[in-house]
Design a binder for this molecule. Structure first.
Ligand code: ADP
Length: 451
């Protein structure tokens, strides 16, 4: 077995396929020749002359080549080398066993013919998001966790995919290496786990809700008579039961989000009036900590309407296609966190954007988040390990759910934070223009109209 390439001399021949590759090979050869010459010179110095030295060096180089081939062939994952025209130059046995194509047949064919990558819904990627193209424009390694691959027999496999660029002269990506792994068994296992969690949390939520209701009745003066000590105990039990109920609810939502069962009914929403209303609704949650609350739009500086009673605030209409109830969960969660982790100051909900993107954010003046944690916050159950989180209750599921909801609408969520100063959670969503809004609204009205 050997790494299949269009010549049988392995990577050295593959690398000569483009001029950049040739430059690399020449450089590597020059170094090796230099090292070889030095070794020969050293051997000569020691033993005057060794006629076999050069042959030995050549054979050592061949050994290195074979070692590289052995390693790539031993990898169970698919490893495919392709150039900037998306033509395959190398195809290891792992790739052959996953795709069902032989190395001999795959080599020199277009990548998309052999390694048919589609998204998690089985749809082909549009050119701008296609990871095999993005690697050439972004010049960085691309990771796709939830892609699928269609085999030569038409079977759909769940795969995880990494595509790394090979960068040559003038920072040009001249080729790329795709590595992929069949994740079908792992995904099925994950799905079973998710189903168990959602069934268990659904079943447990019902009795917990009943306990919470009875505890509330016991604490209600109008229907129960209890002494002050019993009240103290019942209040504690009530608070804990509420936490438990929230945990089950979050578990249920996150399990649904993971396997794509989160219900969503997207409609065009004008984010300015939507967020303004939401800010007013949420304001009272910040009152108990006496935190200020404000809604700011990105254009407030450009149009001054402060002292002109008859002038209306003119600002762009930022339309997005979202389910307003789902997005309310996201903003409420970010706002509740801002209240939870802030002791004084103001919480701002802001809106800005450009032609393509609507950006909104929730900013606080709280403790901030250490840099090493910011990249992990949107993972399931992740909580920063500090005194604030140890004393403040939470499940570590809220931001995970936020990310899943934002991703439902092709959006992105991230945080920027400064310790001791505060944090800002940003969300970017695709912006709809007025023609798109009109088109979607008329289609939705048509669908909703009675027959
Ligand atoms: P939790 O239920 O623990 O609040 P989240 O997923 O909502 O779970 O948040 C994860 C962690 O992120 C929190 O435990 C906290 O450490 C940190 N965090 C979230 N929002 C903020 C914020 N506004 N300020 C400081 N830390 C925050």
């Amino acid at each position: 077995m050997y790494l299949y390439s269009n010549t049988n001399t392995g990577f050295a021949a593959i690398m000569s396929l483009t001029s950049e590759m040739a430059i690399l090979v020449s450089a590597a050869t020059a170094i090796l020749v230099g090292v070889g010459a030095w070794l020969i010179w050293r051997a000569r110095r020691k033993h005057l002359a060794s006629p076999n030295s050069v042959n030995k060096l050549a054979s050592a180089l061949r050994d290195e080549q074979q070692k590289a081939d052995i390693i790539v062939n031993a990898i169970e994952d698919g490893v495919v080398l392709f150039d900037d025209q998306l033509v395959i130059h190398s195809f290891n046995p792992g790739a052959a066993s996953i795709t069902g194509w032989s190395g001999a047949d795959a080599t020199n064919l277009e990548l998309a013919t052999v390694v048919k990558i589609v998204d998690s819904k089985g749809q082909p990627y549009p050119p701008e998001t296609d990871p095999t193209r993005r690697v050439f424009t972004e010049k960085a390694t691309i990771h796709v966790k939830d892609a699928e691959l269609i085999t030569s027999s038409g079977k759909r496999l769940a795969i995880s995919l990494t595509i790394s660029p090979l960068i040559g002269a003038q920072q040009k990506v001249f080729a790329a290496v795709a590595t992929f792994r069949d994740m079908t068994a792992e995904r099925a296992e994950e799905q079973r786990r998710g189903e168990f969690v959602s069934t268990a949390s659904h079943e447990m939520r019902t009795p917990v809700a009943a306990i919470e209701g009875y505890l509330a009745l016991a604490l209600n003066d109008k229907v129960s008579i209890i002494d002050s000590r019993a009240r103290e105990y019942l209040e504690k039990a009530h608070t804990s039961t509420q936490h438990l109920g929230q945990l089950f609810q979050d578990l249920l939502t996150s399990a649904k989000a993971e396997d794509g069962r989160l219900s969503s009914h997207p409609v065009p929403v004008e984010m300015g009036s939507y967020l303004q209303q939401l800010t007013d609704d949420l304001r009272f949650a910040a009152d108990k900590k006496q935190l200020g609350v404000q809604f700011v739009t990105g254009v407030s500086n450009t149009i001054d309407t402060a002292n002109t009673a008859n002038t209306k605030v003119i600002r762009p209409l930022y339309y997005t296609l979202i389910d307003p109830d789902r997005m309310r969960e996201v903003v409420t969660n970010l706002f509740d966190n801002a209240v939870k982790y802030t002791d004084g100051g103001t919480i701002s909900i802001g809106l800005t954007g450009n032609d393509e993107v609507v950006q909104f954010y929730v900013r606080d003046t709280g403790n901030g988040i250490p840099t090493e944690d910011t990249g992990h916050l949107f993972q399931k159950f992740y909580r920063v390990d500090n005194s604030a989180t140890r004393t403040i209750g939470g499940t570590g599921l809220g931001l995970f759910i936020c990310r899943k909801i934002v991703e439902l609408y092709q959006g992105r969520i991230w945080v920027e934070s400064s310790l001791g100063k505060g944090s800002t959670f940003f969300i970017n969503l695709p912006r709809l223009n007025s023609q798109q809004v009109a088109k979607i609204q008329s289609t939705q009205m048509y669908q909703a109209a009675p027959e």
